[in-house]
Design a protein around this ligand. Structure first.
Ligand code: ADP
Ligand code: MG
Length: 306
């Protein structure tokens, strides 16, 4: 087990930032930690990195307890904080050399992480002159210096332009091939692009913990149809793959189907076969994004560039 959290709670004054959160992450998993702003993501990550102390509950990283063994925890994790604080005046190689000396990492590791994060040609540049995407690479390189088993990345792509976003996601996926990663985000699309599993947090409480595979299997198709006359539910039950039928007023019906195949033609044929007229027909898919909106009772913060 790479990360294990049990009954974790933390308040700031009257504000409950985390309220009894429990989950565990196996070695090698890439897990998205998804929630709207203020949900408690950074607070949980700061407890894992030993920066904050929890009020109740326990947390372990790489088998070490964050309170009893903070040194061992820090050795087995790499952390990219939100807003990635960097020394803009330093040159990339100089900054990594500074980090290597602070963490007592052999200097040979610098070349290795420069290569791993695609920074080879930028090593001689001043950090302040780099694009935001390249600054994130520098943050990732620093987090990887001591070759930790676990990476904790707090909103690693927030504020990147679309091309940088794609590049950084690709890099995180590559790194995730042989590390455990917990990555926070407020964008479901990001989880879909990078992660195997998602933990959804809202107002300090964990509201979902599922693999992407399981969520995709649960995706539903809903068709709203208006006929020119009332239809018996038993007749509608004859539609293939139909799961749920709701009359939402007048002759309007909401039909859920358990198939990804577009069922509009089947509904059309059904109307024809029963001498009904279709006045309106529309299809909506319950995407992972709508699931997130439902679970958090909040519209996800739209990413301006997506
Ligand atoms: P997220 O990272 O999901 O946006 P945070 O963990 O930063 O959420 O914050 C969770 C809640 O805790 C918010 O209501 C926030 O205002 C509060 N909070 C976080 N850190 C502090 C702090 N150092 N002092 C006071 N309140 C805090
Ligand atoms: Mg945060």
């Amino acid at each position: 087990m790479s990360i294990r959290v049990a009954g974790l709670s933390k308040s700031f004054g009257a504000q409950k930032a985390l309220d009894g959160v429990s989950f565990s992450i196996e070695k090698g998993e890439v897990v998205g930690f998804l929630g709207p702003n203020g949900a408690g993501k950074s607070t949980l990550m700061k407890i894992l990195t030993t920066y904050y102390q929890a009020d109740a509950g326990t947390a372990e990283v790489g088998g070490y307890d964050v309170e009893k063994d903070p040194g061992a925890v820090q050795r087995c994790l790499g952390y990219l904080p939100e807003h990635n604080p960097l020394y803009l005046d330093l040159y990339v190689r100089e900054y990594l050399a500074f980090c290597a000396s602070v963490y007592k990492v052999p200097r040979e590791r610098i070349a290795a992480v420069l290569e791993q994060t695609g920074l080879g040609t930028e090593a001689g540049k001043q950090i302040g002159k780099l694009s935001k995407g390249y600054r994130q690479r520098v943050g990732l390189a620093a987090a990887l210096l001591h070759d930790p088993e676990v990476l904790i990345l707090d909103e690693p792509t927030t504020g990147l332009d679309p091309n940088q976003l794609i590049e950084i996601r690709k890099l995180i996926r590559e790194i995730g091939r042989n590390k455990t990663i917990l990555l926070s985000t407020h964008i479901m699309k990001e989880v879909e692009a990078v992660c195997d599993r998602v933990l959804i947090i809202n107002k300090g409480k964990l509201v979902a913990d599922a693999t992407l595979e399981a969520l995709r299997k649960d995706e539903k198709q809903v068709i709203e149809v208006e006929f020119d006359y009332r239809v018996e539910e038993t007749l509608l039950r004859g539609l293939p793959h139909v799961e749920d039928i709701r009359n939402t007023g007048g002759f309007v019906y909401e039909l859920s189907f358990s198939t990804p195949r577009d069922m509009r033609p089947a509904v059309f044929d059904f109307a024809h076969d029963h001498s009904l007229k279709t006045l309106q027909l529309s299809r909506k898919t319950q995407t992972l994004e709508t699931l997130f909106t439902e679970l958090t009772g909040d519209r996800p913060v739209a990413h301006p560039k997506e």
